[in-house]
Design a binder for this molecule. Sequence first.
Ligand code: ADE
Length: 227
Amino acid sequence: MARVPVKIVSWDEIVDWSRGLAFKIKESGFKPDLVVAVSRGGFVPARLICDFLDVTDLLSVQSQHWVEAAKAAEKAILRHPYKIDASGMKVLIVDDIVDTGDTLKLARDFVEKEWSPDEVRTAALQWISPVAKFKPDYYYIEVKEWTWFQYPWTRLEDTMQFIKRIFTEDERVKSRTVSEAELKNLFAEWYGVKPEDLGFYWDLALKALVEKGVLELVDEGYRLKTK
Ligand code: ADE
């Protein structure tokens, strides 16, 4: 069993899921005048939904997670909050996934209160039902077991974080050099996916981690850079 279960999501799946989500919205009789993407994860699904539902108005609001001082829990806040007059409009807020539910709820409450639309509904490609405190009005896939969905728009970022986490958290490799072959085995063990399934992103991530000064490349392999 992987320590962190990961599912790599393909671009084709994103198109299928967005089409399926748009179909559910259409079937319900809801026709938004304005789509709002929750930045950054909601951008691609929101754009596809605009295409499938023939909506031209697309805006975004950006959420950010930050750790409150002296608390382990993360709090969602909106970056760059701005005001528009959405009175008379039906608004659909779109995100990629509802995990804890904090982000989408925050965006929904903000738009409802600050933009004064006639109606606001929420949609996400995926909803992790056992952990989410917020259920979107529309979702395409109900996830029953928590998984990290590796979406195509965060391939590099995620791969870098996955690799870094092995170096910082795996007691067996902390503060020693790891060959690339061993690292590949550890990666498969930790995440249940093979580095080969990430295509060119594997090499890119290793290069970027070295460039950022997180890892250093020595003769025998990679090791955590101590500053
Ligand atoms: N963002 C928040 N939760 C996530 C998850 N489980 N998979 C992918 N992206 C996420």
